[in-house]
Design a protein. Sequence first.
Length: 658
Amino acid sequence: MKELQLNDFLHYKCLSALTFAPGGDRAAFIITEADEERNAYRQNIWLYENGGVRRLSAMDKEGRFVWEDECHLLFPACRTPEEQKRAEDKDAFTAFYRIDIHGGEALPAFTMPFSAQALKPLGDGRWAITGTIDASRPDAYLLDNEDRKKLAEEYREDTDYIVADEIPYWYNGKGDINKRRTALFLFDPAAGRTERLTPPTFNVESFAVKDGCIYYSGEDYRTKLTENADIFRWDGKKTVRLYANKGWGVHGLEAALDGIMVPATDRKRFGSHQNPNFYLLDEAKKSLSLLAENEEGIGNGVIGDCRYGAARAVCGKKDAFYYVATIHGSSHLFCLGRDGGVRPVLQETGAVDDFDVSDKGEVLVVGMYDNRLEELYRVEDGKVRRLTAFNEEALAGKYVAVPEPLTVLSREWEIEGWVLKPRDFNPKKKYPSILDIHGGPKAAYGPIFFHEMQAWASQGYFVFFCNPVGGEGRGNEFADLRGKYGTIDYDNLMDFTDAVLEKYPQIDSKRMAVTGGSYGGYMTNWIVGHTDRFVCAATQRCISNWVSFCGTSDIGPTFGVDQTDAPLVSGAKKMWDASPLKYAENIKTPTLFIHSDEDYRCPYEQALQLFTVLCDRGVPTRLCRFKGENHELSRGGKPKHRIRRLKEITDWIEAYTK
């Protein structure tokens, strides 16, 4: 078998945004492909109909869409010179085009006078739309063309200045967000009228449409976003608050079961990471009514590096509520009924990356099964039937290692993991190896195709990975790592490493490397500060100092405080004790740092602090900073940057292991 190359991901096709048309006779989805020459991504709309698929758009820039009716799609685009000039001038607008599935060119439909996000039809020709506004200029969308040009010029003149008076002041993937809000609008195409429905400083988190009413969750804030969302209803005339939040986490709204489904958690047992139960909104009592308890996280927690685009975690129908949940390294699809009973729809080993359910009950899934890349599947009798072969050619003739399961008892928990054997494995030879640690920590590895690990296996490495305590897929208690970072999880990783060495004597224990990103970067930093067993390390988008993280990360005052189980300022000692930087004087392991300068989740200073100490102490080290990239570098970064990242890590590991 041929060697899988580091840059082979350039040929992978990623599927996303799977959505049935009204009536359920067809569905559309997005295919994303890397474009190395432009250092960007090509995205086009595809159609599934009568069991087959065909491409619907070909401009390479259609990354999202919404069904207008059973035969027409709307999607945002900048196609005219005027639209392109407005975009270059930073004018906030969104032009929508309409395409007929039966053929013909896409034609202009309408233009929103703000940056539009999600659209949902009310059923009478009008649309509920969320869009980004500046809370200090909330009615800018009403300005005429000349005044819009003046406002755009003002914004351009202010680009040298960043003013903050609230937190979060920046957000990963969005940049500076001070006074930026997601607002809810009502759009009437027939009348050509747009109306903002939410106050200037209100931030909408999610919304649903039912019987001509708009239900939405969010909060009005001026200093700190608390993540305690209230729930409101707009009935066409007035807005009423239906649920006043008292510290609960609201995980979205979905029209389902003839009501509004609200996955929510009281956060009392396991903090902000506590998995939500299922509630129905009781509009009469203005409260949440428990329908079913739930111990698993909602959504696909099985991480990977071969995906791109939006994905659905839930789908509401009049008689059912469908949702994805991660269990033991795989994500499955379930259905919740009116009586609170849950039945499995799909429980195959692998990952449900996206899905939708038609009005006729047909279930389609974008999935990763049988160690394949993403394909489109139909669910039939609890099994998947593959409908496409988009990625067959990309892996044809290439070595793809089979993930071999391995479980070890560690600190009262069975820790699940997998091992990839190197290409052309010879049981009489000795091989170098790589321990790869996932991010999150509330995520999970699974037996799915993971490009970086498969590429390393192709280059002659054993690659092993596992799900330590703190991860997804084993319930609330397993996922609870608050105040325990660097303790039980460290033991889990070391115990798993010992088990791998025992089962695979072909691994040279003197040539082991360790790497990981985000939480995996934190654990890489922690490991090299507590053991010298790894010959080198590559820490990516890491955390090294919880004290500074809590003051600089976009989620520092929420996630950071919750996970360290220590309040800001007064909890500094507890945060410091759990910080890898405290143990930096112990580090002797050559360490590579990979970080992005626009990573606001784990800010760049986290890498700089530890890098500086290692340089000062003469420990071999190297830092590669990616300009213009954020926390998603390894998954959604520019293609050339993703290649360089993989090459930096691979070259560093190879220098010390081969």
